[in-house]
Design a protein around this ligand. Structure first.
Ligand SMILES: Cc1cc2nc3c(=O)[nH]c(=O)nc-3n(C[C@H](O)[C@H](O)[C@H](O)COP(=O)(O)OP(=O)(O)OC[C@H]3O[C@@H](n4cnc5c(N)ncnc54)[C@H](O)[C@@H]3O)c2cc1C
Length: 456
């Protein structure tokens, strides 16, 4: 995402006091924009359109299938969290949503990230003076964005599903709603998730495949540890990566990607046995490959002498935390898949978020890419309005598609490549990836460029 901070500050003015958003009201049958979907990305689109200097003049209807949400901070932590990049933080800050998240005190910075191979000694540590990411509960992010959207003129219709999209004339799309109403829209923003009806109705093809993995999530209570719990840990095991992301000074969020049958058994364990399983997955050495260890030991020595430094220093393999407890009721699992839409736009349609791209969460990029889409789309639409163009016309939207596909395709390729590289424990593959990881860890400029890409 480009750093548009200055421009955004000029484009957006947020007034938090009045609540003009109707919770179930549809006041008209004609809208400039209909946003379909009220997940984090649709909520960001509603907040950005509702507060954008030129776009807020537009009549916007925002649809969400599920019931109206109200936010009461839980006593523990939700098991659904996202690692938000600095670019996403800056985007949310410009919308006025970040200060709401901070006011609730429900954000934990990540100052260091330690990633290591469960089959070898190889590891990499990322750290920099500014934070690498911020862990925020999805409900919290939604609440902050809902609050901003609610302070605007955007009309919100909960429990309202778009059931059919018909584009018969060049000026609008008719959207049939589950309530029986039909509204017309100059532009539909499809933020309706990876099964997107908006995308399917436009006949947009996708490239997709499943991963033989699901994500087991849970909230973990940690034992005493060094520092203030701002390190994110990820260990690549032959069955998939296990990640422990800091959510407060003594709690972390687990995302354990594994095969479906293992996931099922993890969910059925007693809390004590589940905690034991997590600790074993983080600490046990039994998956290590002896042959690879011999080679990597020699490789480390060579690196150290070549770089005239201790190549192990930079990886500083601190011990991962020890888990004490799992928060009651916090265990759940989610299926994974990869999907990329051939097109992000069509006449009268722009897709954002999981509606146009879905990826394995091992690099924590899904919602960050979705926020990047919204930032880019709003910037593109604002530019179109400023020169008097109509926002739903294809020529007003293609710049958005080009910019985002270029960015997102490289992320999906990287994430999918990492998944494949680490999904096997065949000795030559483990050796190659271990040497690669150690090499990258020893070369600060490559590490920096990787970090920059992940944070944009
Ligand atoms: C275990 C796990 C961990 C993850 N961790 C991270 C992370 O750390 N960082 C990160 O960036 N990403 C992460 N992700 C990915 C991230 O959660 C998703 O990319 C993001 O939630 C997608 O948001 P969305 O709004 O595009 O779609 P969704 O969340 O799917 O929202 C779609 C919304 O549209 C509504 N809807 C659907 N159809 C209609 C319709 N016809 N009419 C009206 N409403 C409709 C639905 O009710 C839903 O609310 C993770 C994913 C998983 C599974």
């Amino acid at each position: 995402m480009k750093n548009m901070s200055g421009m955004w500050k000029k484009l957006f003015r947020v007034d938090l006091t009045p609540t003009r958003c109707s919770s179930r009201g549809i006041s008209s049958s004609i809208y400039d924009v209909v946003i379909s979907g009220g997940g984090m990305v649709g909520a960001a689109a509603a907040a950005a359109l509702g507060t954008g200097s030129l776009l807020k003049e537009k009549k916007v209807l925002w649809l969400e299938s599920s019931a109206q949400r109200s936010y009461v901070p839980p006593s523990g932590y939700s098991n659904r969290v996202s690692a938000l990049s600095p670019a996403s933080k800056s985007f949310l800050q410009d919308l006025g949503a970040w200060s709401i998240i901070e006011d609730f005190g429900r954000v934990q910075p990540v100052s260091c990230m330690h990633v290591w191979d469960g089959c070898s000694e190889a590891s990499i540590t990322f750290s920099q003076p500014q934070n690498l990411a911020y862990i925020v509960e999805n409900d919290m992010t939604l609440h902050a964005l809902d609050t901003i959207a609610a302070s605007s003129e955007v009309e919100l219709a909960y429990e309202t599903t778009a059931v059919e999209y018909i584009t018969t004339d060049p000026y609008s799309t008719s959207v049939k709603l589950s309530t029986g109403d039909t509204v017309s829209a100059g532009l539909v923003i499809g933020a309706d998730g990876f099964k997107s009806l908006a995308r399917q109705s436009a006949g947009i093809n996708t490239l997709s495949w499943g991963y033989d993995q699901v994500g087991v999530v849970a909230t973990l209570k940690l034992g005493s540890q060094e520092g203030d719990n701002t390190t994110a840990w990820q260990r690549f095991l032959p069955t998939g990566p296990i990640a422990v992301l800091p959510i407060s000074s003594d709690s972390s969020s687990l995302v354990w990607s594994t095969n479906p049958s293992h996931a099922k058994s993890l969910l059925s364990l007693t809390p004590e046995s589940f905690v034991d399983a997590v600790n074993r997955a983080l600490h046990e050495e039994s998956s290590k490959d002896g042959v690879v260890s011999l080679f990597t030991h020699q490789f480390r020595k060579i690196l150290s002498s070549l770089l005239a430094t201790d190549a192990t220093n930079q990886s500083s393999p601190k011990l991962p935390p020890t888990v004490l407890e799992v928060q009651e009721g916090s265990r759940a699992s989610f299926p994974y898949g990869m999907m990329h839409a051939d097109k992000y736009v069509a006449p009268r349609l722009a897709l954002v978020g999981d509606a146009c791209h879905r990826m394995h969460p091992l690099a924590g990029q899904g919602v960050n890419a979705g926020f990047g889409d919204v930032e880019c789309l709003v910037r593109t639409l604002t530019a179109a309005i400023s020169i008097g163009s109509e926002i739903g016309r294809l020529y007003s939207l293609t710049g958005y598609e080009t910019e985002r596909q270029r960015h997102v395709v490289s992320i999906i390729a990287g994430v999918d490549g990492l998944y494949r590289l680490y999904s096997n424990n065949w000795t030559p593959a483990v050796l190659i990836r271990s040497i690669g990881l150690m090499g990258v860890n020893a070369l600060p400029f490559i590490k920096k460029s990787l970090m920059n890409h992940a944070q944009s």
